[in-house]
Design a binder for this molecule. Structure first.
Ligand code: MUC
Ligand code: MG
Length: 382
């Protein structure tokens, strides 16, 4: 039996390339919880747990993720069979309620470790990859229409992205519609424009918002109202032609089941972290597919480890009608993985190799870790 011997965590604080203005906060750095699991045969697995804007996006933060792993998930899993990931998931869900990002981070490391031991890509453990690349959106969130237009034009010119998600909801609805309209007018049919409100609108705001966005020619609106308002979300989905996507409303398969049962959304933004791991994420995917809901591979703006893990899962999903937004590493000033993830031809390319197919750049990890009291060699495991 290959036992789980050790579970280590580090918080890394990495600056973003510019302020990322969301309805609830402005991000200037991303705090990443890096997880390394060491197994009894000497193999290792990597995972990442990352949220957005401290606790302003959701209930978890880098600090809570680290403490949930260090104090609860880790101690429960030490000594457990590293090849029995279903057993480990059940145990983690028994000792920790909620905290899906923390559970995802550890589970990712278990899948990575198992796939590396078997010398196969992680995607193979989910039935095999059906694609090597997928369309990848970029988020325009500088807070300024002109800066956003310049950024988008450059992305189209360099063939990096032609799907843009605009973060709105901070300003009054009319001002947001004006901002989105300027960008849509500048880009015309060269790009797909979508918006993410991150729950900021009231139901009444949302009616005006969806009407205005639809008139401008925006393709999709993400989580316009509070996550719990699924019946009201259904009213918006059925009331307008513009596609409505659920994001924060989907905290795992049970939420996915309720949203699907009510047909409250046209599209699911599936995030491995928010779903509570790759396995539960794959279940959210299955619920969407069974309900005729379309799919989009979402991000918590993870760095390279979490992004590579998500790429492995979404490489196995046959219908990804709205593509992905797995661009997290590009929003950061620096990469923590040794091998860059390739973004080209308006797509993100799935790293090829065993496990999540990326390894750590230990110098970068050392540089960005919040607690620098331990030496590089302790991270390297030497
Ligand atoms: C979210 O709410 O979807 C994804 C892309 C981005 O810019 O922010 C995120 C989170
Ligand atoms: Mg969102």
């Amino acid at each position: 039996m290959t036992k789980i011997d050790q579970i280590e965590t580090w918080i890394l604080d990495i600056p973003t390339i510019r302020g990322h203005v969301l309805s609830m906060t402005t991000m200037r750095e991303q705090s990443v919880v890096l997880v390394r699991v060491r197994f009894s045969d000497g193999s290792i697995g990597l995972g990442e747990g990352t949220s957005i804007g401290g606790m302003s996006y959701g209930a978890e933060s880098a600090e809570s993720i680290k403490s949930a792993i260090d104090c609860y998930i880790g101690p429960a899993l030490i000594g457990h069979d590293g090849d029995n990931i279903n057993g480990a998931i059940a145990l983690a869900e028994k000792v920790v309620r909620g905290n899906p990002i923390a559970r995802c981070a550890v589970e990712t490391a278990l899948w990575d470790g198992l796939a590396r031991r078997l010398d196969v890509p992680l995607s193979q453990l989910f039935g095999g990859a059906v694609r090597e690349a997928m369309p990848c959106a970029w988020t325009l969130a500088s807070g300024n229409s002109e800066t956003d237009i310049a950024e988008a034009l450059e992305m189209i010119e360099t063939r990096r992205h032609n799907i843009f998600k605009l973060k709105i909801g901070k300003r009054p609805v009319r001002a947001d519609i004006e901002h989105v309209g300027k960008i849509k007018q500048a880009l015309g049919d060269r790009a797909s424009i979508r918006v993410d409100v991150n729950q900021a609108w009231s139901i009444h705001d949302a009616r005006w918002g969806l009407k205005g966005l639809q008139e401008i020619g925006v393709d999709l609106v993400e989580q316009p109202i509070r996550a719990g308002l699924t019946t009201a979300l259904r009213g918006l989905t059925t009331g307008y032609e513009i596609a409505v996507m659920a994001d924060e409303a989907l905290q795992g398969p049970e939420d996915a089941m309720s949203v699907a049962a009510e047909r409250s959304a046209d599209v699911f933004a599936v995030k491995i972290a928010q779903s509570g791991g790759l396995k539960r994420g794959s279940e959210v995917v299955a619920i969407a597919q069974a309900a005729g809901i379309e799919l989009y591979a979402g991000t918590m703006l993870e760095a390279g480890i979490g992004t590579a893990a998500a790429l492995q899962l979404f490489a196995t999903v046959d219908q990804l009608a709205w593509g992905s937004e797995l661009f997290g590493p590009l929003l950061l000033t620096d990469q923590i993985q040794a091998e860059p993830i390739t973004y080209a031809d308006f797509s993100v390319h799935v790293p090829q190799g065993p496990g999540i197919a990326v390894t750590l750049d230990l110098d970068k990890v050392e540089f960005y870790r919040r607690d620098r009291n331990r030496s590089l060699h302790s991270i390297a495991g030497e």
